[in-house]
Design a binder for this molecule. Structure first.
Ligand code: ADP
Ligand SMILES: Cc1cn([C@H]2C[C@H](O)[C@@H](COP(=O)(O)O)O2)c(=O)[nH]c1=O
Length: 214
């Protein structure tokens, strides 16, 4: 029975790497997949992992009918055995419904990869719809870690290393950015709630030593 599976986790926990591995293992056995992505850091129509691997993908642009694309491919004689979707959080809820239709009406497995919540801990609309519709939700085994050593569960947006809580929901970016740039850092809930990034935690640790001692 074909399935819609949502592989979710924080940023930097290996989702894109797993997506590439699942595609590789299937293509090594002669299966053909369609890989969709949206707004990958490596550019349009790319699925990239921080381990350095990158593959061509179909950019799932806003308004694109993903079920219609598959029907078109297959009616032209194209062989499609499975579908991979990276950065699935960026898809519109209607596009997630189209993924469910691909599973139910075309009988294909759809493996979607994405983060669930944004820098304000709010669900992305695409992730919300995946949670509502997926047959299975898988949490990645490789855990990203907060600077304190706890499992990272939340994504913080940073500017100059400090956590920010205002801004657009979607700003494509990466972890470990130069200090002045807009970036992201994964944190445990405790430190996300306290807005304590590695930079601000380090500052609070060293500050007693730099105060004048009387
Ligand atoms: N130099 C490295 N050596 C080993 N593993 C690495 C290295 N750089 C990144 N990684 C692994 O890659 C993971 C990020 O993979 P990626 O697929 O890009 O994440 P995601 O798509 O979830 O944001 C990190 O959590 C880490 O496990
Ligand atoms: C938390 C958060 C993230 N994003 C962006 C930043 C990256 O471009 C992607 C996540 O990619 P990854 O492969 O999982 O690292 O999402 C965003 O736009 N808004 C946010 O709140």
């Amino acid at each position: 029975m074909s399935e819609l599976v949502f592989f979710s986790g924080t940023m930097d926990c290996g989702k894109s790497t797993l997506a590439l591995q699942m595609g590789h293992n299937r293509s090594a056995r002669g299966l053909q997949g369609v890989i969709f992505t949206r707004d990958d850091r490596a550019g349009e129509g790319k699925l990239s992992s921080r381990l350095g691997l990158v593959t061509e993908a179909v950019e799932a642009a806003p308004g694109m009918d993903l079920h219609g694309y598959l029907v078109d491919q297959m009616s032209r004689g194209g062989k499609v055995d499975y579908v991979i979707v990276d950065e699935a959080q960026f898809l519109a809820p209607e596009q997630i419904d189209q993924l469910a239709r691909i599973v139910d009406d075309l009988g294909l497995d759809v493996f979607a990869f994405g983060i669930t919540t944004d820098f304000r801990t709010k669900l992305f609309p695409g992730s919300q719809r995946l949670i509502e519709l997926a047959d299975r939700i898988e949490t990645l085994q490789v855990q990203a870690m907060c600077w304190c050593g706890a499992r990272a569960t939340h994504n913080a947006r940073t500017v100059g290393g400090e956590m920010v809580v205002e801004g657009e929901q979607v700003v494509v970016g990466d972890v470990n950015r130069p200090a002045e740039a807009v970036g992201y850092e994964v944190l445990c809930r405790r430190h996300h709630r306290r807005r304590m990034t590695s930079v601000s935690a380090h500052a609070s640790v060293i500050s007693p030593d730099v105060l004048p001692v009387t």
